[in-house]
Design a protein around this ligand. Sequence first.
Ligand SMILES: [Zn+2]
Length: 289
Amino acid sequence: MYAISHAASALLIKRRFPSVPLWPLLVSVQAVELLWCALVWAGVEHVSSHDHHVSLDFLPYSHSLGSGLLLAVVAAALLRLAVGSFRTARGASRTSESAGADSGGNARGASRGARAPETRLGQPGSAQPSGPGTKFRPAVLVWRVPPRTQLGVAVGLGVFSHIVLDIVQHQPDIQLLPLPFGPRMGLRLMDAPMLNLAVEMAFGALCWYVYRGSGRMLVGIVLFNLANLPAMLQLPAVVDPIVARPALLPALILAQIVVTWVFVASCARSPQGTLLAREARASHGAASD
Ligand SMILES: [Zn+2]
């Protein structure tokens, strides 16, 4: 899918894991595409052109179900280790601070240090079990992910989501495994440009709705999708320069990735812009009442 749709998918993951910062999620949903840009420039993967059409005909290492899954698992495992090490180091430093406070007769400091790890468990996104009277929520939303694993799981989902979305949109050019042969997948949405536009627009709106983003975010998502229409239609003004210089394609896609990252991040940061922010303020107000 186009860059704005991948960037919007980070909002879905953010909604499920509110305690995970947005930027790692924005990077994760485009990790596969960044790898593709590097491999095309390195001459390992390539695009081809014929009859004023550009095809992504060889991308088995960056875009395969197997490599997407592997990249997601490796990213999740590394981040799980990194978060675990960070928390252990921070816990050790707090324990030594508390011990120092104890020896100086400051009992309050010691009890604060000992309580800190437990208060983390109550953060948003730790998926508290639902009690009587709570609304029904699908299993994926109440699936409890331990706090120190949330960053890894969220980023892993982001990485793998790229392959899933691309399978819907691409021609059958996504390999099952990262090999130059074998079964290929692709539902050919890109072969029907107007349907492609409608589906990506609806997907962006769904991400916006689930995230409960601002009006500015929705307008931006719609405009970014409309700006993709000439590329979806493979108009000569868009395709011919790429046919002449294929290395231009990853450069254009990289530029789109960066612009959509900045757009989504800036809208999400808007203080009045999101219901997430309003909910956070409301819960803070309720807690202080
Ligand atoms: Zn892709």
